[in-house]
Ligand binder design. Structure first.
Ligand code: FES
Ligand code: FES
Length: 179
C-alpha cells in the first residue's frame, strides 16, 4: 500500500468499519485483503465475469470496478452477509440439489445475482433468469443447472406465496468457497 491513504467509514455485512485504504484500491481487494472476506472472488478484474459481485447500498455492483474509497459512508453486503442472513438458504439448497456448482468459483457471484432477481422479479421466467445471470460467467459451464436451481426457488416461493424462509442457520455455500 502506498504511503498516501485515506480513512473511510463504511458498514460491511452490518458491521461498522473505519479503515485506511489507498485511493486506488478496489473494493473487492479491500474486502478480501483488509477484512478477510474472501467469498467475493476475482476473475477478470475488469467488470466482465461477475465473480466479484457484491451489494453497495443494496444494489449489485462489480467489486473490481468500484474503489474502496467510493464505499465511504455506504453499506456493503458480501456473499458472507447474504449467507449468514439466511435469506438465500433455499437458493443455496437448490444449488446443492441441482448440482449447480462444480469448482464453485463463480458461485458467490451467481448467488448475489440470483438473490437480486428473486427479490426484484418473483415472477421471472426461465428466459429472464438467463438474462439475470448473463453477466456472471461460469468457467465450468454449469449454466443449465444454475438456471434450474434459480427456477426451482422461484417456483417454490411462488407456490408458498410467502417470503423466502429466514433461518438463523449459517450455510457456507458460496461464502465458504475457496479464495
Ligand atoms: S473480477 Fe470483477 S467482473 Fe470479473
Ligand atoms: S462452478 Fe466452476 S466456475 Fe462456475
Amino acid at each position: 500500500m502506498s504511503d498516501f491513504t485515506r480513512t473511510i467509514h463504511l458498514t460491511v455485512n452490518g458491521e461498522a468499519h473505519r479503515c485506511k485504504v489507498a485511493p486506488r484500491q478496489h473494493l473487492v481487494d479491500f474486502l478480501r485483503e483488509d477484512l478477510g472476506l474472501t467469498g467475493s472472488h476475482l476473475g477478470c478484474e475488469h467488470g466482465v465475469c461477475g465473480a466479484c459481485t457484491v451489494r453497495l447500498d443494496g444494489r449489485v455492483v462489480r467489486g473490481c470496478l468500484v474503489l474502496a474509497v467510493q464505499a465511504d459512508g455506504r453499506s456493503v453486503e458480501t456473499v458472507e452477509g447474504l449467507s449468514e442472513g439466511g435469506s438465500v438458504r433455499d437458493l443455496q439448497d437448490a444449488f446443492v440439489a441441482r448440482n449447480a456448482l462444480q469448482c464453485g468459483y463463480c458461485t458467490p457471484g451467481m448467488l448475489m445475482a440470483a438473490a437480486e432477481l428473486l427479490e426484484t422479479r418473483p415472477d421471472a421466467t426461465r428466459d429472464e433468469v438467463r438474462v439475470a445471470i448473463s453477466g456472471n460467467y461460469c468457467r465450468c459451464t454449469g449454466y443449465q443447472a444454475i438456471v434450474d436451481a434459480v427456477c426451482d426457488v422461484l417456483a417454490r416461493r411462488k407456490a408458498a406465496g410467502a417470503e423466502a424462509p429466514v433461518t438463523a442457520a449459517v450455510v457456507s455455500i458460496g461464502a465458504g468457497a475457496r479464495p
